[in-house]
Design a protein around this ligand. Structure first.
Ligand SMILES: Nc1nc2c(ncn2[C@@H]2O[C@H](COP(=O)(O)OP(=O)(O)OP(=O)(O)O)[C@@H](O)[C@H]2O)c(=O)[nH]1
Ligand SMILES: [Mg+2]
Ligand SMILES: [Zn+2]
Length: 292
């Protein structure tokens, strides 16, 4: 039998069979010996259990995509949520997540939530990301504003919402799908220093898609790579490939750089470019020290 892993807690996996039935499974020793860790989102083949016993997960089918944090497979689309208010948007984190998703072959959307708090800020963020390759949505999970357009874009897809704790991921999911997921007041989060949502869980939707509720993935970090590869993860920089005086050009501080000229002329968002430079410099150091 085949199905998809919805959640995995303490070595027990909940698998949704194609017929709609749910099964509780453990991973066969064979998988553990091969060091194959089943992930939420994996399509698996399994032997169902009998009479209230757990069944056995036998094989993991090939993955379309794979993330380490959050640990999840086969996501089609990641919505990076930022807030136009509190918590103050961490756009460096948002950019890192967008790059990470792009590198993993996952489509992206940027969701500017809490538009009710500061609409000028929401507009500014939307403008910064207009060339980023991520579709931009402006929402308010409180009133439902902008949520229909987002819902249409997510329909039928396996998707996840990521972003800092407190930006309103669970609130958005509740608003999008009429769920009652636990949300938390910001002051409480700061006091507890904890995320309200603690496990990754894939939730099947009536339209055939699935949504992943995750603890805020603020830990998500770009995996180590040659800093010169980062420019390929920033769509705004693509038109300038091969157009600069030096080859390859990282589009950071090289003389005769066509991308920087475009920034000066206002064709490319200066903030997006500046954050790219920051991530480039970070990666340069990590790359240089990679054998330490
Ligand atoms: N003003 C305003 N508040 C919102 C909006 N969306 C969510 N909130 C509030 O923001 C707080 C945090 O919302 P959550 O949905 O728990 O945030 P989260 O991103 O799921 O947080 P974690 O689970 O900790 O990662 C709650 O008090 C929500 O009521 C919005 O659009 N506008
Ligand atoms: Mg949450
Ligand atoms: Zn350049």
């Amino acid at each position: 039998m085949e199905g998809i892993i919805l959640s995995g807690i303490g070595g027990f996996y909940t698998v949704l069979e194609d017929s709609g039935e749910r099964h509780t499974l453990r991973a066969q020793g064979k998988l553990r010996r091969q060091r194959l860790t089943p992930l939420v989102g994996d399509r698996v083949s399994f032997q169902p259990g009998e009479a209230g016993q757990n069944g056995w997960l036998e094989a993991i089918l090939p993955r379309r995509s794979e993330l380490i944090r959050p640990p999840v497979a086969n996501i089609d689309l990641i919505g990076v949520v930022v807030s136009a208010g509190t918590p103050a948007p961490d756009l460096l984190l948002a950019d890192r997540m967008l790059m990470f998703a792009r590198k993993s072959g996952i489509e992206t959307a940027l969701i500017v939530n809490k538009c009710d708090e500061d609409s000028a800020m929401a507009e500014d963020i939307a403008r910064q990301y207009s060339g980023s390759g991520a579709r931009v949505f402006r929402t308010c999970a409180m009133t439902g504003e902008g949520v229909d357009a987002l819902k249409a874009a997510l329909s039928g897809r396996v998707h996840a919402l990521g972003g800092q704790s407190g930006v309103g991921k669970s609130s958005l999911i509740n608003r999008l799908y009429g769920f009652a997921r636990e949300t938390g007041a910001l002051s409480e989060k700061i006091e507890r220093g904890k995320n309200t949502t603690r496990h990754c869980e894939l939730i099947p939707l009536p339209d055939g898609g699935m949504v992943l509720d995750t603890p805020g993935f603020s830990l998500l970090d770009l995996t180590l790579c040659d800093p010169f590869e980062l420019r390929f993860l920033v769509p705004e920089l693509e038109p300038f490939e091969g157009q600069c005086r030096f080859q390859p050009c990282a589009h950071v501080s090289e003389p005769g750089c066509a991308a920087r000229a475009a920034v000066e002329e206002g064709q490319v968002s200066r903030q997006r470019w500046a954050r790219y430079c920051e991530l480039f410099e970070d990666m340069k150091i990590r790359w240089r020290d990679r054998y330490d």
